[in-house]
Design a protein around this ligand. Structure first.
Ligand code: MG
Length: 243
């Protein structure tokens, strides 16, 4: 009796498998179009479809607040915060992007600690700050250390290199969506610091604020902003890909 039912099950299974083989073909699930655009992505070079915002030679892609000429300087191919001259904004406005930039903090002055040690920042859409800070052996509130979504979300790990070494940020930013004045979908940020994932599709709670709770205000595409927090911080190799 048991033998018979096992035999029956085998027949049913075999029939099912052969039926599946008739019904489906590996090519049914192959997609051939649209063909992804071919780009070149050479070692240590911006991808060929990237918009280069700073390559060490000029500040043409940048402006000061309200169209003022940028007050930062170029030293040995690096863009340097000139303390007190104000933030730098990209002339172009962006929505969803992949952003690459490299930054370096100098040897800390003896009397500096916490938030006063090489503070700067990368603001997406002029509003949402990924913190830049010397977080190498420098205690501060964790949602204010390097790689934090400032005053919102600490980085998953501290991947900071010592001062005087270049660091990299690779940022994937999905802009918030608005319907009229109301929020439809919050923004999200993914960040790799020196190749290490430190923000994993982190939801933005609203515009970065120093005091109080973040909230959203409706806006469209907007510039990338680099912060002058009155500390000398170096940037280089800044490029962006619109997504
Ligand atoms: Mg900052």
């Amino acid at each position: 009796m048991i033998r018979k039912s096992v035999f029956g099950i085998l027949i049913v299974l075999a029939a099912g498998i052969s039926l599946a083989a008739i019904k489906y073909n590996p090519s049914d699930t192959e997609q051939w179009e649209p063909v992804p655009k071919v780009i070149s992505a050479l070692h240590d070079m911006p991808p060929s479809d990237a918009l280069v915002l700073f390559d060490g030679s000029s500040l043409d892609a940048w402006t000061g607040r309200d169209g003022a000429s940028p007050g930062w300087t170029i030293e040995d191919g690096a863009l340097v915060v000139n303390p007190g001259t104000g933030d730098l904004l990209s002339r172009a406005e962006f929505c969803d992007i992949q952003l690459h930039l490299e930054w370096m903090v100098p040897t800390p002055a003896p009397d500096t600690s916490g938030q006063s040690r090489s503070n700067s920042g990368v603001f997406l859409q002029d509003r949402y700050e990924v913190q830049v800070l010397d977080s190498y052996d420098n205690e501060t509130y964790v949602n204010g250390q390097a790689g934090a979504i400032y005053k919102q979300t600490p980085p998953l790990v501290n991947a900071m290199r010592p001062p005087n070494q270049w660091q990299s940020y690779d940022i994937i930013f999905t802009a918030p969506r608005f319907h009229g004045e109301s929020l439809e979908t919050p923004g999200h940020i993914t960040v790799l610091h020196n190749g290490v994932l430190i923000q994993n599709h982190t939801e933005l709670l609203g515009k970065t604020v120093f005091i109080g709770q973040p909230s959203y205000e409706a806006h469209g595409c907007a510039p990338i902003r680099l912060q002058d927090h009155r500390n000398r911080v170096f940037y280089r190799n800044i490029w962006v890909r619109e997504l």
